[in-house]
Design a protein around this ligand. Structure first.
Ligand code: ARG
Length: 485
């Protein structure tokens, strides 16, 4: 339809090469709604007549329920929709729809509308996942487990503390995406091909009709820029790396060697040969798909980096990277949430492993510090205790008076104090004594759970305010369409 100055049509191979029609199914509805807002604005500003608007709007309205014939020869959804409008409304009216806009502002409008919806879905899914972590942590405020650094046992802790850490990590993903939305939700419509138009359009009115918070003012910026896409996919890449790390923890903890958790059957796969196997394929795929999203980010940045200002067709290629990023991450969030809610936690095993190791070593050293002994000295005493216990294959609590005496050699510390501290220190006492802000202490769990619960409810109301604002703008636009047709 656009090839007015070009002599020949595209061959089938070239058309297939150049066409984005298959990727465009994701933005077809946004293109229709955007075109409706544009048409109403043209009518309200006396650029087209009511009769023209009526014909265009009703063809667009009918298209909402139609399945597009993607083999029509159109290069993209914008060309296809416009050609169908012209076919239905006639050239005299339909031919006016594309007045004062270009596919360059049109495509970026559609992408912004799609990403803002995806962000809102993702933010709501994030809140569901965060809420599930906090709610499961409520049941595990007394579930003792070992914490690891370098994947070596480090300190005794509580499972609730681990779950709350993941909730906090995902809360930052929520906040990042919530902020990114503000930069996405700006309308580029009416920027034209690059430099604007001589026709007296009202860009603010289309922005308002479509639920945008403002316009991308500079028409060069509005049509050329895809930094908002890179920002969105970067935020999702970070989110996915966080889900990937949770997946890795769960994969390790579900091995028979650890046996800390058992994944529900629906999130595991059997082996084709070994009947006993229960493989954590779903979590492994979260790790694998994270790589795919990082790849999407790389593809997007590589596309943008060498591009001269103004629209270049290279930009068409980044759309599929956006769609796959949204699809994967929304599914990953739904899946992780269900895994958390359905997994069995083997509290006995977690406790057994914690108590069978010398994880109270740091607690003993800290108790000696409270007797006025420098930490570097108490660290050494406790280290010797661990060494002696390890060599004689028994817990620190079973060390003899002689062995304890050995631990204080070369210091002025009274071994009786050390004995007394050993006999009163256990994993449970250690967690009672853990008082620092944000620690594994019992009291801290309670405080953090109530604080996070409050935060979730504030974020939920922010989200419903945001969702409602867009929904009511689109409802208002629909009313205007209905009035005219
Ligand atoms: N199909 C194109 C895309 O997805 C739409 C914009 C085409 N604009 C142009 N001037 N060729 O990016």
């Amino acid at each position: 339809m656009y090839r007015s100055r070009l002599g020949t049509d595209l061959s089938n191979i070239t058309l297939d090469y150049v066409s984005s029609i298959n990727d465009d199914s994701e933005i077809a509805l946004y293109d229709i709604i955007g075109s409706q807002a544009h048409t109403i604005m043209l009518f309200q500003n006396k650029i087209i007549t009511k009769n023209d608007a009526k014909k265009i709007l009703s063809s667009l309205e009918n298209m909402k329920n139609e399945k597009f014939d993607t083999s029509s020869g159109a290069e993209d959804i914008h060309e296809l929709i416009e050609s169908l409008v012209i076919k239905k409304a006639g050239m005299a009216s339909g031919g006016k729809m594309h007045t004062a806009r270009s596919r360059n502002d049109q495509v970026v409008l559609d992408i912004r509308m799609k990403i803002r919806d995806d962000i809102n879905i993702m933010c709501n899914c994030l809140l569901d996942t965060i809420e599930s972590l906090v709610s499961v942590s409520q049941n595990h405020q007394k579930t003792i487990m070992p914490f690891y650094t370098h994947l070596q046992q480090a300190q005794a802790g509580l499972f609730s503390h681990y779950l709350l850490a993941q909730a906090d990590i995902l809360s930052r993903d929520f906040q990042r995406l919530f902020e990114t939305f503000k930069r996405i939700n700006q309308s580029p419509l009416g920027a034209g091909p690059i430099g604007g138009t001589s026709i007296t359009i009202d860009r603010h009115s289309t922005a308002k009709m479509l639920g945008f918070d403002g316009v991308v003012e500079n028409s060069i910026d509005a049509t050329s820029t895809r930094d908002f896409v890179a920002e969105y996919v970067a935020m999702v890449s970070i989110l996915m790396t966080n889900l990937s790390r949770i997946s890795e923890d769960f994969i390790i903890w579900s091995t028979s060697e650890f046996s800390f958790i058992e994944l529900s059957d629906e999130f595991t796969s059997p082996s084709s040969v070994m009947p006993q196997k229960k493989n954590p394929d779903i979590l492994e795929l979260t790790r694998g798909k994270t790589a795919e999203i990082i790849g999407n980010l790389t593809a997007i940045l590589s596309t943008i980096k060498g591009l001269a200002s103004g629209y270049g067709r290279d930009l068409q290629q980044i759309k599929s990277s956006i769609w796959s990023t949204s699809k994967i991450s929304i599914s990953a969030l739904l899946i992780i949430k269900s895994i958390v809610l359905t997994m069995k936690v083997n509290t006995k095993q977690m406790k057994k492993v914690t108590e069978s190791s010398n994880l109270i070593a740091l607690d003993i050293a800290e108790k000696l510090v409270q007797e006025g002994i420098p930490f570097r000295v108490t660290h050494k005493i406790s280290g010797v205790l661990v060494q002696l216990a390890h060599n004689s294959k028994k817990p620190i609590s079973k060390l003899t008076v002689l062995e304890i005496k050995k631990s204080v050699e070369g210091t002025s510390v009274d071994p009786k104090i050390v004995s007394e501290i050993i006999s009163t220190t256990s994993v449970v006492s250690s967690l009672k004594d853990r008082k620092s802000f944000g620690s594994s202490g019992y009291d801290e769990q309670k405080r953090m759970i109530s604080d996070r619960t409050q935060k979730i409810s504030i974020w939920r109301s922010n989200m419903s305010e945001r969702d409602n604002k867009i929904k009511s703008s689109i409802d208002e636009l629909q009313k205007l369409v209905d009035e005219i047709i």
